[in-house]
Design a binder for this molecule. Structure first.
Ligand code: GLC
Length: 791
């Protein structure tokens, strides 16, 4: 299609709703599945715009309820609703997959907390909404059918899923199915499933000798006319999800039990007069017993209960995101920053711990701690809970699990060197936000020592461990990687150094020097001040390459991230964190930001390193094994790209801030080039060393979501909590004439308006302020108005 200017018109596939809270896909041919990850603190589902997807409870890898195959090209795997005209046999589905029958109308509305498919075929309009109950482990499907055909219709709906009830992906399906048992409970209109074997080691019974600890139930709101429990009986021999034999009149006997290939198909009859609308539902629930699971499913499947549950979920999300909001000139980016990335951080990263590209289920020690900062302004107690949870996954020598699985408590011990320090990082962020030092007295055991040890002790042990792992030059060791997992081999002997870790540690030493001063630990405070000064001096003496900071040294002493290197000549984090943590003196800060601008800022954003590695270098690690320009290997790693925005803002380079914001904004991209969802952040975007520069991937499961919100609020709008108040220090992109924020702070509510003018000024409730730091509010419940002028 050509526009009047002769340029080809961009195929958009969908658009945001007016309020930005939904992304409405109307063209099913998106370059990749565009997904929603919908979760409550226990149960979650991932659903793509084709209708494909899966459901889990408590752990998206170890406790997966329904089978799904990760194939993002076919994307026809999962749980579906079939519709059939009982008179003509016409068969279609309420989402494009799995029948792919032509639809007269199609829209997939991905919303905050729900996804709705709107379809029409042969005069039958259908909406199918999938969401989680706000609290209970139940996934609800609300289906509304409307007869627009002008004649009476006899239809059948069939809700379909394939059971997993265990660890996923489950490649040995023929083995796995030997342990599953299903049962149809006509009274409760439900198929029940349990698994007598769970592929998770049990501390009491050993490996593969324990049952899946949940029963799952799939129920319909109406009495089914038929139910099916065996896949081959339902699909037919060599049949397919596109046209199940059972729905083409070849109905086999209903079979359930312990000797089948376990699925659940529930068929309900729906008669519709011309113009009539009917609403019905299906529920997938989990519980500790049959009664618990089926009872829950039956309770929430009634249409009125479903309406109430949907209203409650929408209200819960609205309320959660309402207290802290920003108004910026670009409304679409505003919706991404205010609503979508925080929803992404909470729903996908903290609760679901899942995306379409990664079914994790585990807590990453550093990952979910960072994510939990999304709660700081809206519900800080939840961030504090996360601090305690992670503290309880530390060993008494200060080391921590790199990740661990809730349910099984299996953890991964590594020589990763930064994980343990994030506990202090987030604790300091919590104190700065709340002013509440009592978090240091919260207690948690160690993994190898029962007892109630204060968070202060956990943090100190982490510091002591890192102090002991420092090179003779005074720079911390790299170990099996620092924030960058892919630098997995350069420091295994604990001789190679990490300069980024040095920058990170320097910031933390400053923070805890202040925290210990406030808690009256003068000696510790003094020790930390000295350590910081020595570390900053060591980095500046040994890690400056002339134009930028090197990334580190290998065990053999050779340097990485230096002008001497052919690949990996300059690394982003080694510059941005030097600026953010005041390790770089002013001249070096200016020089290394300039190097970032020249070598790392691509059209797609700030690259993690350049040039990319083009062949495996075992001595460096698996980062070198990625294709050039992909992910950590010279791509835009969005997590780190958010820190580049903060560093540019700190350096007051507004033009660079604007450039990097435009680059990271998923909503302004050409889908043919970018591929990924326009409403949430991807983990990475290909860099210039890839033939697909600008192509994004690994969406939803990325630490950039929580960080982008924080960086825009604290560095671009510049409203940043400091120890004794709220610092007002904006760096607005040149094209932004103004911005606004509402924000809670220590029990008060601030309304902040930033406008362009001649000179910088701040007024608080009409009173001009001397400096740029507002004092903490005098009383709880106060409302303050802040007017800021920026040149
Ligand atoms: C992945 C990991 C995260 C790490 C990052 C960079 O996102 O989950 O912990 O910091 O990669 O390697």
């Amino acid at each position: 299609m050509e526009t009047t200017e002769g340029r080809p018109e961009r195929r958009e596939y969908g658009r945001f709703s007016g309020d930005g809270l939904e992304f409405v896909i109307t063209d099913v041919g998106t370059p990749r599945p565009w997904v929603n990850v919908i979760a409550n603190p226990r149960l979650g589902l991932a659903v793509s715009h084709t209708g494909s997807g899966f459901t889990w409870v408590d752990n998206s890898q170890l406790a997966v309820l329904t089978r799904w195959q990760q194939d993002l090209v076919e994307d026809t795997s999962g749980k579906f609703v079939y519709a059939m005209d009982a008179e003509t046999g016409d068969l279609w589905s309420l989402s494009p997959a799995p029948t792919w029958a032509p639809l007269d109308a199609y829209a997939c509305r991905h919303g905050i907390g729900f996804t709705t498919f709107e379809t029409a075929r042969g005069g039958i309009e259908a909406t199918w909404t999938l969401f989680c109950h706000a609290l209970e482990p139940a996934e609800l499907w609300r289906v509304a059918l409307r007869n627009r055909s002008g004649r009476q219709r006899r239809l059948e709906l069939c809700g379909y899923l394939e059971w997993c009830c265990g660890v996923a992906p489950a490649p040995r399906r023929e083995f796995g199915k030997l342990f599953l048992e299903t049962r149809f409970d006509a009274g409760r209109r439900a198929v029940l499933a349990k698994n007598h074997m769970w592929e998770v080691p049990s501390p009491r019974f050993g490996h593969w000798n324990t049952s899946f600890p949940y029963v799952a139930a799939f129920a319909s709101s109406e009495a089914p006319v038929a139910a099916e429990g065996d896949k081959a009986a339902f699909l037919g021999r060599y049949g397919s999800l596109r046209a199940p034999a059972a729905l083409r009149g070849k109905r086999g006997p209903s079979v359930f039990g312990r000797h089948e290939d376990p699925i659940a198909a529930l068929r309900v009859a729906v008669d519709l007069e011309p113009g009539e609308t009917k609403t019905l539902g299906f529920v997938l629930a989990a519980g500790g017993s049959e009664d618990e699971a089926a009872g829950l499913a039956v309770r929430v499947s009634r249409p009125e209960a479903m309406e109430a549950a949907l209203a409650e979920v929408r209200e819960a999300w609205r309320g959660r995101l309402a207290a802290h909001r920003m108004e910026i000139p670009d409304a679409r980016f505003g919706a991404v920053v205010n609503d979508w990335v925080r929803y992404q951080a909470i729903s996908a990263r903290l609760w679901g711990r899942c995306g379409y590209y990664q079914q994790s289920g585990a807590f990453g020690f550093r990952d979910q701690l960072q994510d939990s900062q999304v709660w700081l302004t809206i519900d800080p107690a939840r961030c504090r809970d996360q601090i305690r949870l992670h503290a309880a996954h530390q060993f008494r020598d200060g080391s921590v699990y790199h990740w661990w699985h809730p349910l099984s408590e299996q953890g991964h011990v590594t020589k990763m060197t930064d994980d343990l320090l994030w506990l202090g990082f987030v604790t300091a962020a919590y104190v700065r936000e709340t002013g509440d030092l009592s978090v240091l007295a919260d207690t948690a055991p160690f993994l190898d020592e029962e007892g109630a040890f204060p968070v202060r002790e956990h943090v100190l042990r982490a510091f002591r461990r890192v102090f002991a792992r420092t090179s003779p030059r005074g720079i911390p060791y790299m170990g099996a990687g620092d924030w960058n997992d892919g630098l997995s081999a350069m420091g295994l002997l604990e001789e190679g150094e990490s300069v980024w870790l040095g920058h990170f540690l320097a910031g933390l030493l400053g923070d805890f020097c202040e925290i210990f001063r406030r808690t009256g630990d003068g000696a510790l405070s003094g020790e930390f001040a000295e350590r910081r000064a020595a570390l900053v001096a060591a980095i500046n003496a040994h890690a400056w390459d002339g134009g930028w900071y090197v990334r580190g040294t290998l065990d053999d002493g050779s340097v990485l991230g230096s002008s001497k290197n052919r690949a990996g000549r300059i690394f982003l984090n080694a510059q941005t964190w030097a600026i953010l943590n005041d390790v770089a003196p002013p001249d070096r800060a200016a020089a290394c930001l300039d190097a970032v601008r020249r070598h790392l800022v691509s059209e797609a954003g700030a690259l993690l390193l350049a040039p990319a590695f083009d062949r495996p270098v075992p001595e460096i690690g698996y980062i070198t094994r990625y294709a050039p320009g992909l992910r950590e290997n010279g791509g835009v790693y969005t997590h780190a790209a958010t820190w580049a925005i903060a560093a540019a803002a700190k350096a007051k380079d507004a033009a660079l801030v604007e450039r990097l914001l435009v680059a990271i904004d998923p909503s302004n991209k050409d889908p043919e080039r970018y591929w990924a969802e326009p409403y949430v952040l991807p983990g990475n975007v290909d860099g210039p060393d890839s033939p697909h520069h600008g192509r994004a991937g690994w969406t939803w499961y990325t630490g950039s979501a929580a960080w982008l919100h924080r960086v825009v609020a604290e560095w671009v709008l510049g409203v940043r909590p400091v120890w004794d108040g709220l610092s007002i220090d904006p760096c607005l992109p040149p094209s932004w004439p103004r911005a606004r924020m509402i924000r809670p702070f220590r029990g008060a509510r601030y309304e902040i308006a930033i406008e362009r003018g001649t000179a910088f000024s701040v007024t608080l409730d009409g009173c001009p302020q001397m400096g740029s730091v507002l004092p903490p509010p005098a009383r709880m419940g106060a409302r303050h108005r802040v007017d800021v002028v920026v040149p």
